[in-house]
Write a protein that binds this ligand. Structure first.
Ligand code: NDP
Length: 399
């Protein structure tokens, strides 16, 4: 019997709230708080059990601390934007509440995905006897746990990791992003970094392409190597990794639009002056694009996200692929959302559940792969994200 405050009423916030509401024996009381309370109320109206809502500006530490002190939850689930991570962690420290998020902190003025800012809170959380669980979405999140699960059950030592995120869904728009457009475009246009022989190697954004055929007839897709934040913690927590790469699928139409928008400056994060007003191009672009939380009814197809790990077991090399496939329309039927928000929101609920049940409980700031992967993997099967493991005879994305 626990109480949670969920912060953020976007695509992911909607799914987390639905999934927590489905488990009253764990999440007995839910408060959904966000900048625009009307969005919280719209989500609350979709549920079959009552929850409370609140208005809060999570950039404002005193305001958020006051809300947390009034509500006294057992845990804060942060599914606002990465910009709010540190202020929400500060408010949790001030009010003495555990913390969970799905994306690492990013300063507004630099598109740089790094854990250093949040890792700097380790001592503060430890000394306060509080826990912060970082990156409990799908990637980061499930992909970190998949890696930990494979390392635990299939290998003596893991050497190579390829995280492959395929979205075979089609929403019918020439250009739209499946989660917050600003965060998505900042991520995709950032320089690529991958781990190779003990260091991160930098290459231009989207400069390496491969073709990947998903299992279970999801199809073949062009995937592009890019930097993704889970690589930073995984190479530390699995120091035997010699190479770690992240790949994501993109359709030709998405890439064509992104290139043109980039060329004309519409993806820029620095303010420009327009008619006497300061405008950040990417924020203006976000206002023009479809809201990701409205893509649910029109998105058809499947996602297929997983990890290919190469390593050694009993002196022999082997390659194992652990993946999860999710149908966009099934997600919509269950929680009125497309699969990208669904595959993020379910692991957030599971991470929260394991913390509240005391299965994952340790003061300090932790990345998700630092906990026993088994209860998380069990819950993925139970709560809507069943997975599968296959051994591969060979694997090569080098072309
Ligand atoms: P949305 O933009 O749809 O929703 C963000 C929500 O946060 C909105 O309701 C917004 O309010 C609210 N918000 C923004 N700023 C504040 C603030 N200062 N105070 C209070 N609330 C605020 O984003 P998504 O739902 O798509 O993404 C949510 C998070 O999930 C992001 O951090 C994203 O990076 C992460 N994510 C992680 C993934 C993973 O696999 N790990 C995958 C996809 C997303 P308003 O409605 O007023 O704008």
């Amino acid at each position: 019997m626990s109480k949670v405050v969920i912060i953020g009423a976007g695509g992911v916030g909607g799914v987390v709230t639905h999934k927590c509401a489905q488990l009253p024996e764990v999440f007995s009381e839910i408060v959904l708080a966000s900048r625009t309370e009307a969005k919280c109320k719209a989500i609350a109206a979709q549920l079959s059990r009552p929850i409370r809502t609140a208005q809060v500006d999570a950039d404002n530490v005193p305001e958020l601390t006051a809300l947390l002190q009034k509500e006294q939850p057992d845990l804060v689930i942060n599914v606002a934007l990465p910009y709010q991570d540190l202020t929400i962690m500060d408010a949790c420290l001030a009010a003495g509440i555990d913390y969970l998020d799905t994306a690492n902190y990013e300063p507004l003025d630099t598109a740089k995905f790094e854990y250093k800012w949040q890792w700097a809170y380790r001592e503060k959380f430890e000394q306060a006897g509080l826990m912060a669980l970082l990156g409990s979405g799908f990637d980061p999140g499930a992909t970190n746990v998949f890696t930990a699960y494979l390392a635990k059950h299939y290998f003596d030592e893991i050497h190579e990791l390829d995280i492959i995120d395929v979205n075979g869904g089609d929403h019918g728009y020439p250009f739209a992003t499946n989660f917050n457009p600003e965060i998505n475009i900042r991520e995709v246009t950032a320089e690529c970094r991958h781990w190779e022989n003990g260091e991160f190697v930098t290459t231009p954004a989207m400069s390496k392409k491969a073709r990947f055929t998903c299992p279970e007839e999801v199809g073949s897709y062009n995937i592009y190597r890019m930097y993704h934040e889970e690589l930073e913690s995984l190479v530390i927590n699995f120091p035997t990794l010699k190479r770690a790469q992240f790949w994501m699928s993109f359709g030709d139409s998405y890439l064509k639009h992104l290139e043109v928008l980039g060329n004309v400056g519409m993806t820029g994060i620095d303010a420009v002056e327009f008619n006497g007003q300061q405008i950040v191009p990417i924020q203006f672009l976000k206002a023009l694009l479809p809201d990701p939380s409205t893509l649910g009814p029109r998105t058809k197809g499947k996602t297929c996200i997983g990890c290919v790990v190469k390593g050694i077991k009993d002196g022999k090399e082997k390659i194992v692929y652990l993946y999860q496939i999710k149908d966009h329309q099934d997600c919509y039927a269950e929680v009125q959302s497309q699969a990208i928000s669904y595959t993020t929101g379910v692991p957030a609920m599971i991470g929260a559940k394991l913390m509240l049940e005391g299965k994952w409980k340790k003061p300090g700031v932790w990345n998700i792969e630092q906990f026993d992967p088994d209860p998380f993997m069990e819950d993925m099967n139970k709560y809507g994200l069943p997975w599968n493991v296959i051994e591969l005879d060979g694997f090569n994305l080098d072309g």
